[in-house]
Structure formats: structure tokens, C-alpha cells
Design a protein around this ligand. Structure first.
Ligand code: GUN
Length: 293
């Protein structure tokens, strides 16, 4: 079994990005600038956004954090989105999800200028991704593809089972795994809450991408010997022995699954750091106007 070290790969990519940013700035170019909107004080969202801001520093980007209390109106949030759309110094921005119930996430996502949508959530980017056109690919799926590529994992002709059908991970990663390119060319099955025989399907998988948000859902009896396991889960499970009071727990029962497989991502330190670094790469692409002129 080989551990897929997402943190090490992400650190290397951040260095590559920082190098490129230094070259751009030395040549008189503009420093990439990412803005993030954070609504409320959800613990997970606070942590993710703090990681994004720190990664910006490491990459040599400018970053701006815009905070609102959870009672902000949809109108006010949409006004800020419009302001960022029209701010020439901002290359890309994200609105951290989830949003409070009184705000339509879809409305907010669609209000973002797709040319600044470095999360890749806007329907223009989703659509372009699904037909293989240049676009901002959402960060977690892009990070997973990068890990498969950096570890030279064969995907062509393999049976890839995706667990979960979210717009952020399950659907886009299934699309990318079936595209006619490496890493891709896999035969993809998507399982979700209405799938009746998940265990049997998983047992036929060469690659499992678990993105359900259900702690330790994938157990040893669901995994074929030699399978590749990508664990996207990051649920906070109460743990009194931790200073934070919780333990980040993946969708895979690591202790019993790891000995069976050829490659596996740990939680934390697997997909998570790659998600952040993919957002940094999208921001660099936005800064360079490499996708949309
Ligand atoms: N919430 C969970 N994951 C993400 C992400 O990748 N981007 C944003 N904006 N919100 C999230």
C-alpha cells in the first residue's frame, strides 16, 4: 500500500506557483488577487477560509477577506458580488458555502462573473468542463485529478466508483474521470443515497472516490484487493482527546481498508491540501487571463 501524500504534493505546487508569481511580478506584471466572502461563523468554513488566505500568502498572492454576519440580506451579498465582479484589481473570488438558509446559493453563484469564478461553480464553467473546454475546474475534483496524475495511477479502462453526487465533488469528478484524456478514460459508476447495492458495486471498483460526508462509510468488505482509494470526506467527529474537541474523519475506515489497497489518501493530509492548491492555481490562471481574455 502506498500513501498518497496530498500535503507534500500541495506544498510542491505552491512553491511552483510562488516561483511563477515572483517571475510575473519581477517582469512588472500584476500580482494575482483572490477575494473570499465568508458569511457567518461556521467552524468548518472559518477553517477553510483561513487556509485559503494562508495559501495566498505562501503563493505570493494578494488576498481580501470580506466578512458578513449570518443575518446579511441576499441583496447586500449580491451587491458585494457585483462590486467584486467590477473591481479590476480582483482576479478571482469565491463565496464560501454553505450560506444561511435565507440566501439562495444558486442565485449567488450565478451572479458571479464566470471569468472570476475560480471555484468553478458557475454554470458556464460547469458546462464547459463537462464538454472538455478550457474553464475553471472546481477545486476538489481538480485536486483529485492532479493527485492521480502525480502518482502515475492508471485510470484508462478502470472501473471508477464515485460515492456521492454533489455539485461540488461527485458530479464533476465523475465527469472528469470519464473524459477522453489522462487521468480519465475510466468506466464510471456514481452511487448515491438511492443506490440499493452500494457494497456490491464498490467491490467491483478499481478506483473508489468517496465523497459522501459519511464518516468511515467505506469498510474493508467493500474494497477489492489492490483498489485505489480517494477519500474526500472531512466530517468533524467529536473527540475529547483533541484540543479542538473534534477529529477530522474521512468517508473511509482507514485502518481496515488501507492494508487492502494499492494507493490511499489519508484524512487529513490527502485531498484537502490539494483542494486549496487547486484554488490557488485557478487564481493564477485568472490573474494571467489564461482561460478567459
Ligand atoms: N464549501 C465546501 N467546499 C467549498 C469550496 O470548494 N468552495 C466554496 N466556496 N465553498 C465550499
Amino acid at each position: 500500500m502506498q500513501l498518497i501524500d496530498g500535503k507534500a504534493v500541495a506544498d510542491r505546487i505552491k512553491q511552483e506557483i510562488a516561483q511563477e508569481v515572483a517571475e510575473i511580478c519581477n517582469a512588472g506584471g500584476k500580482r494575482p488577487h483572490l477575494a473570499a466572502i465568508l458569511v457567518g461563523h461556521d467552524g468548518g468554513s472559518e477553517t477553510y477560509v483561513a487556509h485559503k488566505v494562508k495559501a495566498c500568502e505562501q503563493c505570493g498572492f494578494k488576498s481580501t477577506l470580506v466578512r458578513y454576519e449570518s443575518d446579511v440580506t441576499e441583496e447586500e451579498l449580491l451587491r458585494k458580488v457585483d462590486e467584486l465582479n467590477n473591481d479590476p484589481d480582483i482576479d478571482g473570488f469565491i463565496v464560501q458555502l454553505p450560506l444561511p438558509k435565507h440566501i439562495s446559493e444558486q442565485k449567488v453563484i450565478e451572479a458571479i462573473d464566470y471569468r472570476k469564478d475560480v471555484d468553478g461553480f458557475h454554470p458556464v464553467n460547469v458546462g464547459r468542463m463537462s464538454i472538455g473546454l478550457p474553464c475553471f475546474v472546481s477545486a476538489t475534483p481538480a485536486g483529485i485529478m492532479e493527485l492521480l496524475a502525480r502518482y502515475n495511477i492508471e485510470t484508462k479502462g478502470k472501473h471508477c466508483v464515485v460515492l456521492g453526487r454533489s455539485n461540488i465533488v461527485g458530479k464533476p469528478v465523475a465527469t472528469l474521470m470519464m473524459q477522453k484524456a489522462y487521468p480519465g478514460n475510466a468506466t464510471v459508476t456514481v452511487c448515491h443515497s438511492a443506490t440499493t447495492n452500494i457494497k456490491e458495486i464498490c467491490r467491483t471498483a478499481d478506483i473508489i472516490i468517496a465523497a459522501l460526508g459519511s464518516p468511515e462509510f467505506v469498510t474493508a468488505d467493500m474494497v477489492k484487493e489492490g483498489a485505489v482509494i480517494i477519500d474526500v470526506g472531512t466530517t468533524r467527529v467529536p473527540d475529547a482527546s483533541k484540543k479542538s474537541g473534534f477529529k477530522l474523519t474521512g468517508d473511509v475506515k482507514f485502518s481496515e481498508v488501507a492494508p487492502l489497497c494499492s494507493y490511499i489518501t489519508p484524512v487529513p493530509g490527502g485531498v484537502g491540501p490539494m483542494t486549496i492548491v487547486s484554488l490557488m492555481r485557478n487564481t493564477l490562471l485568472a490573474g494571467k487571463k489564461a482561460i478567459y481574455k
